[in-house]
Design a protein around this ligand. Structure first.
Ligand SMILES: [Zn+2]
Length: 257
């Protein structure tokens, strides 16, 4: 059984392994089928216009594909599609038609390559999830900031609430954040510090105030020391709207939703 094919019957043609971090499925009797969304979520990536490219690597090897971020933070990815029916940023519900099985990218015969990724975007064995719900991940994502004046980490706060990390009046110099990928701009060094993900490390240089923040796949805003909240930011790029902050102005609070 499979909940990612319209017909719901499937055969596994290539199982998950250390060298194949997805599962390949076809409809019963090796026939083609429409692909449907595994669970509710948001389409975070779409690739189209790719032909059959045997031997290709990287994203090209997926051919035409759809990647969905689900409400529990997990991702599903559907590769080698002939047709794609959804657009990036689109909200989809479980069972919505998202594409049609194909042979695009590094593929040797039409099939669906299905992946499941955890909230850190690491591929996990998707076999069980072909006909089960994704893990009921605890979505109490927390973050906290370092108060440069008090020289201490402030309490954790939850994303998507009215809480914020920080202390108005005191510059922040470090941020810890669950799951998401983030980096901060060091006001003294006047440079972006390395990306960190999922509390492997904190973002920042505890002795120097922060004057810019970037967080991938989140909506976030910062409060300027002696100022006000700046507009919400929902992307990451090199333009002034692709980060939260104003270079040269210390940040004393951060809010994420
Ligand atoms: Zn595959």
């Amino acid at each position: 059984m499979s909940r990612v094919l319209l017909d719901a019957s499937n055969e596994i043609t290539t199982p998950y392994s250390n060298s194949h971090k997805g599962v390949d499925v076809v409809k019963k009797y090796r026939s083609l089928d429409t692909i449907i969304a595994h669970s509710d979520g948001i389409v975070v990536m779409v690739q189209t216009g790719i032909k059959n490219l045997p031997g290709s690597t990287g994203n090209l090897s997926y051919g035409n594909f759809v990647k969905i971020k689900h409400d529990n933070g997990y991702y599903t990815l559907y590769a080698h599609l002939k047709d794609v029916y959804v657009k990036q940023g689109q909200r989809v519900n479980k069972n919505d038609k998202i594409g049609y099985m194909g042979n695009t990218g590094n593929s040797y015969g039409a099939h669906l390559h299905f992946e499941v990724r955890n909230p850190s975007d690491t591929r996990i064995d998707p076999t069980y999830y072909l006909d089960h719900d994704l893990p009921n991940e605890d979505r109490s994502i927390k973050y906290q900031s370092y108060d440069l004046k008090k020289k201490m980490w402030l309490p954790n706060v939850l994303v998507n609430t009215s809480s914020y990390a920080g202390n108005f009046g005191n510059a922040m110099s470090g941020i810890y954040l669950d799951y998401y990928k983030l980096r901060v701009h060091d006001k003294v060094k006047n440079m972006w510090l390395p990306w960190v993900i999922n509390r492997n490390d904190y973002a920042g240089n505890l002795g120097n105030p922060i004057d810019g923040v970037q967080i991938e796949e989140a909506t976030y805003r910062v409060h300027l020391k002696g100022g006000a909240w700046l507009p919400w930011v929902n992307k990451v790029d090199d333009t002034p709207s692709g980060y939260a902050g104003i270079y040269g102005r210390e940040i004393d609070a951060l809010q994420i939703k």
